[in-house]
Design a protein around this ligand. Structure first.
Ligand code: DGJ
Length: 736
């Protein structure tokens, strides 16, 4: 049993195959955190390992007891105001103005499987045996409010999913001014914090900093999880590398404003917390109401950052992503955006589809500009009907013509937005997020629809469902191109205005839920001006996301490497685009562009009709190669070998290995050529030491141990005779 409870010592021991998580009911009825890390043998009590002593200058909870202070105790879900001076996990504002609470243990339940989270995306168990859940109920008698802390142990996947539910049983209303998803007190602060930070076209760059006393945090206040910060952080030991050493990861299954922070206290305890950003948040909990937080997923790895990532990849690919497309090989697609932008008509689109079909492309995606009167970004969002000027036969006929070629057809939507110049806005000017009598800020000339209002979500469902019902569409790219401002809603009273940002995200989830349930054959790809909402919440509905608007092969090394900290390759849309690259002007070879994009959900985003015959032949071969290898790439075990975030950063390398270890594919990339470079070796990972492997294009075979321990001389396998800037090579290994 992966969750053990000892009634005599009041300790819970949560075990996965490789980890232990131990907590206890404290003498005051609150919950204490004892241990999280490498698996420990079970014993009656672990408390002896973690006793506390009287400390100077400390406030204590009980008269006559100079030792018991929450300031000294590692806790599970800490409160502020009763001897703990650090930032709390939650705060409940009561009718009398007080924020002091006393939530003590009331009971617990342990059961097989995992419950669904109401209205929120979350990891799940397909079979009851895959997961075990512990629910601990805490109760504050004074206000008659309950907190239920939920812990689901994925024993084999080595992850623990936590969330919290507040229920107001009392007659008075209370306000949750802070309701984080989880908190974890670690006994020391000898850690480096790893975060994924960036901006539009440079999303999820890895940043590492040493913990220092006080608060360090990342957060979003932009309405989406954002390109600036990803809802994830890791604490690693200074000596931890990609493949060795301790690391704790926490990832939030949420797509809105979040906070992830670490507070190092005066005794070097590190308190790690994650959840909905409490800044500008408040939730009114009336009598009888409940509030469910998003889920936080904890992973401890003793095998470095890469070990942590592999756990997230497996869990998120198989037990967060859902639906028909979860386990299917993803189609090679072509998207017309960078080929035409808004400037196209039916004939051009059909030609693009025809030419790409000849090259082996399986799915044609018609991007922005097919609806309303949209020739640029100033109009038509909200009017989800085809533009007959551009598409005289209509979207249904175009989709039919393209599917008649033997391809699938996909379509772009931006459901959450409206242009002022649109029929929708004319009919419902009050349907946007705004504050009466205040100016509305713009982003990309568009306004944000108020998805906290069920009628708005219903309306959008109707519009999208009609298009999806009428035309043979098997893919939807769901875009979202601006952050939120003046977050206010006419739907909600004054005391609920600070709920709007969260209610908006719940609205987005509910539309996704309805569409994915109604159109289960459709592959959804999430997008937010590239990767501004690339998070686990989206992955629950859309098994792949557009990683970044930056399609430059060199920039993509950092973006894809950083993204792979948490997200599986199957979730990362990666396209070959034209050169000079539209974002950075760089010219890279077609080979390097493909070698980079292969490590994701692969596609093209350029005008294939303008390619030379030689280039077309090359693309044909690339598509064949990807089709042969995509199961390995999308479902294999991923290893990061050389980091673009290393000091020099000139080289990047990564690889995937099939589950049976019979085949592997390694990508190697060098940004700038080096003069007279010497003998550079590449060390493979994750192979079977005993297996003998052949490397495609090399007249020799190698044992797994040789490839991993001795490595292979790079120049021996490089195809390019004259190394150049932005060069790359692939190594395909097969067991002989
Ligand atoms: C932003 C997306 O990231 C692009 O791929 C494209 O779909 C544009 N929006 C269209 O407006």
């Amino acid at each position: 049993m992966p969750i053990l409870y000892n009634d005599a010592t009041k300790e819970f021991h949560l075990q996965t195959e490789k980890t232990s998580y131990i907590l206890s009911i404290l003498q005051n009825g609150q919950l204490g955190q004892l241990y999280y890390g490498k698996k420990l043998r079970h014993r009656e009590s672990f408390e002896r390992l973690f006793h506390i002593e009287e400390m100077p200058n400390t406030a204590c909870t009980t008269e006559g007891d100079p030792v018991f202070s929450l300031d000294l105790i590692k806790q599970e879900y800490p409160a502020f105001g009763t001897t703990d001076f650090r930032e709390p996990a939650y705060q409940v504002l009561q009718e009398n103005g007080s924020r002091i609470t006393d939530f003590i243990y009331k009971g617990h339940a342990i059961f097989k499987g995992k419950k669904k989270l109401d209205g929120l995306p979350a990891t799940y168990a397909e079979e009851e045996a895959e997961a075990t859940t512990l629910e601990i109920t805490l109760f504050d008698e004074e206000i008659d409010v309950e907190i239920c802390l939920s812990y689901t142990v994925f024993e084999q996947l080595n992850a623990i999913a936590r969330s919290v539910k507040f229920t107001n049983h009392g007659s008075a209303e209370v306000n949750l001014t802070r309701a984080l998803s989880a908190s974890l007190d670690l006994p020391d602060s000898d850690f480096e914090l790893v975060q994924l930070s960036g901006a539009w076209v440079r999303e999820r760059h890895m940043k590492t900093r040493k913990l220092v006393p006080g608060l360090q945090s990342i957060a979003s206040t932009r309405g989406t999880s954002s390109a600036q910060q990803n809802p994830f952080l890791a604490l690693k030991r200074p000596e931890t590398t990609e493949h060795h050493g301790d690391v704790y990861g926490v990832s939030l299954v949420y797509s809105g404003n979040f906070l992830a922070q670490v507070e190092v206290d005066h005794y070097d305890v590190s308190r790690l917390m994650i959840g909905i950003n409490p800044f500008d948040f408040n939730w009114l909990l009336e009598s009888g109401e409940t509030f469910q937080t998003p889920e936080a997923v904890f992973v401890y790895s003793a095998e470095g950052l890469n070990g942590m990532s592999q756990t997230y990849h497996r869990l998120y690919r198989t037990r967060l992503a859902r639906g028909k497309w979860r386990d299917r090989e993803r189609p090679v697609l072509i998207n017309n955006w960078e080929a035409t932008y808004w400037d196209f008509e039916e004939k051009k689109i059909f030609e693009l589809a025809q030419s790409s079909k000849e090259l082996g492309v399986e799915l044609f995606v018609l991007d922005d500009g097919w609806f309303g009167k949209r020739d640029d970004d100033t109009t038509s969002l909200g009017d989800w009907m085809e533009d007959k000027r551009k598409l005289p036969s209509g979207i249904t006929q175009l989709a039919q013509n393209i599917t008649d070629l033997g391809m699938e057809f996909g379509l772009w939507f931006e459901p959450e937005m409206v242009s002022k110049a649109s029929d929708l806005y004319q009919a419902h000017p009050d349907w946007v997020l705004h504050v009466p009598n205040r100016r509305m800020s713009h982003g990309r000339n568009q306004l944000v629809l108020d998805f906290s209002r069920p009628e708005v979500v219903d309306h959008l469902y109707g519009l999208m469902a009609k298009v999806l019902n009428d035309a043979p569409i098997s893919y939807v790219k769901w875009d979202m191109n601006r952050y939120m401002t003046e977050v206010g809603s006419l739907e909600w009273p004054a005391d609920r205005q600070r709920e709007v940002a969260h209610r908006y995200i719940l609205g987005v989830y509910s539309l996704y839920e309805r569409l994915t349930a109604e159109f289960p054959h459709v592959l959804f790809e999430s997008c937010a001006g590239g990767g501004s909402r690339f998070d686990p919440g989206m992955l629950y509905y859309a098994p792949q996301g557009w990683t970044s608007d930056d399609t430059d092969a060199v920039e993509r090394l950092k973006i894809q490497y950083g993204t792979s900290m948490v997200y599986p390759l199957s979730s990362m849309g990666a396209h070959v685009s034209a050169v000079p690259n539209h974002q950075v002007g760089r010219v890279t070879s077609l080979e390097t562009r493909a070698n980079t994009a292969y490590f994701g959900a692969f596609g093209y985003e350029l005008d294939v009709t303008k390619m030379t015959d030689e280039e077309k032949e090359q693309v044909k071969q690339q598509i064949l190669f990807y089709k042969e290898n995509r199961k390995l790439i999308q479902q294999g075990q991923f290893y990061r070998i050389k980091s673009p975030f290393a000091k020099d950063g000139n080289e990047t390398s990564w690889m995937v290995v099939s589950d049976d270890l019979e085949e592997a594919l390694l990508g190697y990339y060098q940004v700038l050529a080096r003069p007279n470079p010497g003998y550079n070796r590449i060390f493979f990972k994750g192979l079977n030491a005993e297996f003998e492997y052949a490397i495609e294009g090399v007249d020799d075979t190698f044992y797994g141990d040789e490839l991993m321990e001795a490595g292979v001389q790079l120049n021996r396998c490089r195809k390019q005779a004259h190394p150049a800037d932005f060069s790359s090579a692939l190594f395909k290994l097969k067991r002989v």
